[in-house]
Design a binder for this molecule. Structure first.
Ligand code: ADP
Ligand code: MG
Length: 684
């Protein structure tokens, strides 16, 4: 007897090969199979008489094959099957390309349902490669809303659909309802069994909507419970007392005055610090808005109360950079600043750790090495994490776990909708830096195509001749990319550039390199030893190379606007006039519209709004920007109402049963634990 844990090979039609293909999609058991939700749906509910279908309309027709299908071989690799089909209203010519087997499946005089796009030219009607099935067939692929699944080689839509159908028939009744009954009724959610059936084979669009709502809620609810439970383990108690100090003393040491927004963010945080409870604040600000200075001011502020700070950066390079900036700013004021990164020698690390333990450092800057177990802090009052979304939620907790519940400041350049921030950061308060430092030069941005290549190379030569440096970013070429793509990989492109510019030094970083090698190449660029740095988006976050004056993005159509904006933020950080060139040969209107926005505006929030509007939130929050586990059906950007409700219900439930130990929450607890296990890397 099969149950939800049974191997997918149990399904008729799923042998070794197909099972392997399903594994690639994350489907191993029957439970996985019925939880493999469609990517989208095809509306095949509309029937038309042949003569009434309009040109370009996708419809079902019920028709009789009027002649014997003819197979014609046009040339090697191209054959056609053609025949005519009729109903009471008219005739349609049906053609299949490279599906010679259709010839044997269609029989003259028998009735079929065809679904496809009708083409009408005068009195002539035709359909190409329509989906078909015999008229009597039940649960087929016509006459209904048909699910479309994600694919991998070795599978086709029909085989997945049939497998899912069998899966539901065999063990649909066993799908547990992990939502507590009372909650399910209160939130007006469909039962699990109904939802799983209708997400795959919706009776109609209403049923589909009910199913989706239930499953999205369920997914977000489990996520909210998981995060909430983790957070609950760090109980909110009183914060370390910080006394008031006069910030003008700090501001007056700067070579410039802080912007109004920087001042506001610091004032808000300072207020948290002497409120008596622990600070949990997110500072959000566009690239270049000066978040580092906000951190510096607060590090100084807690130091005045005799407390030390830890500053965590996501990469070695950024840690180095922050070390330089912050020690330059704070050492003259009397703070003792140290650095701790994985790349340091064992001896250096030992020395720094000893100083830390001894209370000899007022600020330590580093990577995740900061929270390794053997690091002990004395008087830790403030933890700052930069570019927060690069860290797993659990990493942050690990650092916060050091010392006596320090105050927390997180800094991010990614604009996040309020509701999403709620789930990621829980009870974080938010300050927004909505103003750039004065005198910022605009980075002139142009969108060009390949025909500009030689002019572009001339420009590179000219700028490097003047001593400037150049970033070149290529899209990541995914391993599972289906077609051979014309995309340039960073490595190939770097080779081409090295040949084109024998007099210049070209460096290359990409995701497949070891992080040590990556850091070495980056460091050489930061020091000015290389002129051109070719990379995938590894440089997206925070790197400061004031001498870089040109950012070139290859295959710019492959990047989201927010990503392009982050990339552009890498130049124009020094006194040099800077440019951003977006290279793309794609000529769709959509691409033109997107790149056009980049050439016209430099406001990060405006750009991310446009990005959401044009691409839809799925992509925007895709690529694990937020450090949360991937969701299967919910869209963290779009399903905000449901997200909010799920968040509320999770808080309520956790307040009554923090460890989910009550019997009615057992299934939920198991799911939460499964989520932790499957996403160990983003939670830890
Ligand atoms: P981000 O918010 O992207 O982390 P940074 O903190 O790196 O921005 O600041 C970007 C640059 O702006 C730095 O070179 C910094 O010295 C400079 N800067 C920050 N605040 C001001 C200010 N108030 N006036 C002038 N320059 C500033
Ligand atoms: Mg920064």
């Amino acid at each position: 007897m099969a149950d939800l844990n049974t191997d997918v090979r149990y399904i008729k039609g799923i042998g070794e090969k197909k099972a392997l293909a399903l594994h690639k999609l994350g489907v191993f058991t029957l439970y996985d199979l019925v939880s493999f939700f469609p990517r989208k749906y095809d509306d095949r509910t509309q029937y038309r008489p042949i003569a009434l279908a309009m040109d370009g309309e996708s419809v079902c027709i019920r028709a009789i094959a009027a002649d014997v299908p003819r197979l014609t071989r046009i040339r090697r690799g191209l054959d056609l099957v053609k025949f005519k089909a009729v109903d009471d209203s008219g005739i349609v010519d049906i053609t299949y390309f490279n599906q010679s087997y259709v010839k044997d499946n269609i029989h003259r005089g028998e009735s079929y349902v065809f679904f496809g796009k009708m083409e009408v030219k005068g009195a002539h009607r035709s359909m190409t490669n329509p989906v078909y099935e015999t008229d009597e067939k039940e649960n087929g692929v016509t006459g209904r809303i048909v699910p479309i699944y994600r694919m991998s080689a070795g599978l086709n839509q029909r085989s997945i659909l049939q497998a899912v159908r069998q899966g539901l028939d065999v063990c649909g009744e066993q799908i547990p309802d992990i939502l507590p009954e009372a909650l399910r009724l209160r939130c007006e959610l469909a039962p699990a069994r109904y939802a799983y059936e209708n997400i795959h084979f919706p009776a109609d669009f209403g049923a589909l909507e009910l199913a989706r709502r239930r499953l999205i809620f369920e997914e977000l609810f489990v996520l909210a419970c998981a995060l909430g439970r983790m957070r609950g383990q760090r109980v909110r108690e009183g914060g370390i007392p910080v006394h008031e100090s006069d910030l003008t003393e700090f501001w007056s040491t700067l070579p410039f005055s802080p912007t109004g927004a920087q001042r506001r963010a610091v004032d808000q945080a300072a207020k948290d610090l002497h409120s008596g409870s622990v600070m949990n604040r997110l500072v959000q600000g566009d690239v270049g808005s000066g978040k580092t200075l906000v951190a510096a001011a607060l590090i100084w502020y807690v130091w005045k109360s005799g407390l030390s700070s830890a500053f965590m950066a996501p990469t070695e390079i950024l840690a180095d950079q922050h070390y330089h900036t912050l020690s330059g700013m704070l050492e003259p004021l009397g703070l003792r600043v140290g650095k701790l990164t994985g790349a340091m020698s064992a001896k250096e690390k030992r020395e720094v750790k000893a100083l830390l333990k001894d209370g000899q450092l007022d600020l330590i800057i580093g990577t995740h090495a900061l929270f390794s177990q053997d690091v002990e802090y004395t008087n830790l009052g403030l933890v700052v994490t930069d570019e927060q979304h690069r860290f797993g939620v659990g990493q942050r907790s690990a650092l916060i776990g050091k010392g006596q519940r320090p105050h927390v400041l997180v800094m991010s350049a990614t604009p996040i909708p309020r509701t999403l921030a709620l789930i990621i950061y829980g009870d974080l308060d938010v300050s927004v830096i909505d103003e750039l430092p004065p005198g910022r030069q605009k980075v002139d941005t142009f969108a060009v195509n390949e025909s500009y290549r030689s002019r572009l190379n001339g420009f590179i030569r000219k700028l490097c001749g003047e001593g400037r440096q150049v970033f070149v970013v290529c899209p990541m070429v995914e391993e599972n990319e289906e077609l051979p793509t014309p995309l340039k990989s960073a490595e190939e492109h770097a080779k081409e550039l090295a040949e084109a510019f024998p007099e210049l030094h070209v460096g290359c970083v990409h995701g497949k390199m070891k992080s040590k090698d990556k850091d070495a190449v980056m460091a050489a660029f930061v020091k000015g030893e290389t002129d051109i740095l070719v990379s995938t988006t590894v440089i997206e976050v925070g790197v400061d190379v004031p001498n870089a004056a040109l950012m070139i993005v290859e295959n710019a159509e492959r990047f989201g606007l927010s990503q392009l904006h982050q990339l552009r933020g890498r130049v124009g950080r020094g006194q040099h006039k800077s440019w951003c060139i977006l290279v793309s040969d794609a000529d769709s209107d959509d691409v033109k519209a997107r790149l056009g926005i980049m050439t016209r505006t430099s406001d990060g929030f405006k750009i991310s709004e446009e990005d959401l509007r044009l691409r839809g939130p799925g992509d925007f929050f895709g690529a694990r920007q937020h450090g949360l586990p991937e969701t299967h059906i919910a869209d963290l950007g779009a399903d905000t109402d449901t997200l909010q409700r799920a968040q509320q219900e999770a808080s309520l439930l956790l307040s009554q049963d923090p460890e989910l130990l009550k019997p009615e929450n057992r299934l939920l607890r198991e799911r939460v634990e499964l989520l932790f296990r499957e996403n160990a890397d983003s939670f830890n």
